[in-house]
Design a protein around this ligand. Structure first.
Ligand code: AMP
Length: 405
């Protein structure tokens, strides 16, 4: 019988979901490729809650609003779950897979959630205060609503646990490193998906040295060697590395002392500024959306774009050094997949690495945007974190069922 896997990606104001169905052989490998049946979200939580869903063709299949802005998480999630159960197309819902931003040093792979696991994950909230608790609340709510439904936590940090110790260590007193103040890296589900998908495009490079640029509203880059993560631009939090839509990216920590001591800013104000008012938005004063910046004739918008590209190229050099060379560069996520201009600017500045850019192929969004003879191949590959979560969830559940049998 076909099985349904619900994927949940919860943030501060929305719960995104995707429903995947297996073939008729269910969870076993013979169950075939997972098929997206529906996707949607509960949005506007605590302001103007609304549930929307669409089929794989993007055609809207649900739209429901609640009058009470304070409608609880549990009520919203119960609605989502009831809707999903009504749209299973004869399949049986067997699991929910969740995106969980932080797995610390202990969670190195997707994990079946038990009360003990949940307790350990809650201890990691201080490491990702702006994300972790939002990721965990639907797990708790689902456990109440549907206690028999297995839940699998899939971590953004897990893929980077293969990084060598030097790539994970800050030059801080050892006791801090030992208590967990280290570089974790994020966007791991996206990188893992790309590491797998690259085989279909360039099997040789997929086994070699690759830098993946995940350029979305959150942006980071990762160096892969033999398909495993070796280094990434994000560190202890998702603030390090590239400038993003509203996040500053890497910053001399001396700036924080200055803001505290000379400007009298509170820690909360600084945190809010670095996460929500910096990056493309802060530099341009115009927008955090790359499309708006590219269309603007405000010189500050151009400065923000130039800084974004400059930082990508600096990080590209650094990540290439971390893996001792470069066989392929991959662009992914909202900006990476859609912005011809950003890809062209990066490839032109990075020509010294052996990138022979194919402008015509880039206009057509690739997938290959380097010439056939280019020493470094360059690709545009759409990421699919939800499919990665569904795949992990199916595998984790199948393994757990085998162990229990
Ligand atoms: P993501 O977080 O991966 O959904 O990416 C979102 C970002 O992608 C948005 O902030 C936009 O700036 C950017 N984006 C989407 N489409 C385009 C486009 N055609 N050109 C430039 N940027 C785009």
């Amino acid at each position: 019988m076909s099985k349904g896997i619900l994927v949940i990606n919860a943030g501060s104001s929305s719960i995104k979901f995707s429903l995947y169905l297996t073939g008729k052989d269910g969870l076993s490998a013979a169950g075939g490729q997972l098929r997206l049946a529906s996707k949607g979200q509960v949005e506007g939580m605590y302001v103007a809650p609304r549930f929307v869903a669409a089929g794989p063709d993007g055609v809207r299949t649900a739209d429901h609003r609640w009058d009470d802005p304070k409608t609880s998480h549990e009520v919203l999630l119960r609605y989502l779950l009831d809707w999903v159960e009504d749209h299973l197309d004869g399949a049986e819902l067997v699991a929910a897979g969740h995106r969980v931003v932080h797995g610390g040093t202990d969670f190195t792979k997707p994990t079946l959630v038990t009360p003990e696991v949940l307790e350990q994950l809650e201890k990691l909230v201080p490491l990702a205060p702006l994300h972790q608790s939002y990721n965990l609340s639907p797990i708790c709510a689902l456990a109440k609503i549907h206690p028999d439904l297995p839940q699998v936590a899939c971590f953004d940090t897990a893929f980077h646990r293969s990084n060598p110790a030097v790539a994970q260590t800050f030059a801080l007193p050892r006791e801090l490193t030992e208590e967990g103040v280290r570089r974790y890296g994020f966007h791991g589900l996206s990188y893992e998906y790309i590491a797998g998908a690259l085989h279909q495009y360039d099997a040789r490079a997929a086994e070699g040295r690759v830098v993946v640029a995940h350029l979305g509203s959150g942006a980071s880059m990762c160096a892969l060697k033999g398909g495993r993560s070796h280094a990434s631009t994000m560190g202890f939090t998702a603030l390090e590395g590239l400038p993003m839509g509203t996040r500053s990216g890497s910053l001399d920590v001396g700036v924080v002392f200055y803001l505290l001591e000379q400007k009298g800013m509170s820690v909360k104000d600084i945190e809010s500024m670095l996460y929500k008012k910096s990056g493309l938005l802060g530099v341009s004063g115009v927008s955090n959306d790359m499309r708006v910046l590219m269309a603007s004739d405000d010189p500050r918008a151009r400065e923000a774009v130039d800084l974004f590209v400059y930082r990508i190229c600096r990080e590209l050099g650094s990540l290439t050094a971390a893996v001792g060379g470069l066989d392929a560069l991959v662009f992914t996520a909202g900006i990476g997949q859609n912005s011809r201009e950003i890809r062209a600017l990066v490839c032109e500045q990075a020509a010294w690495l052996g990138i022979d850019f194919d402008a015509e192929a880039n206009e057509a969004h690739g997938p290959r945007i380097s010439t056939p003879d280019s020493p470094v191949s360059v690709w545009v590959i759409p990421t699919d974190e939800e499919l990665m979560i569904a795949t992990h969830t199916r595998k984790t559940l199948a393994e757990a069922t085998r162990v229990a049998a």
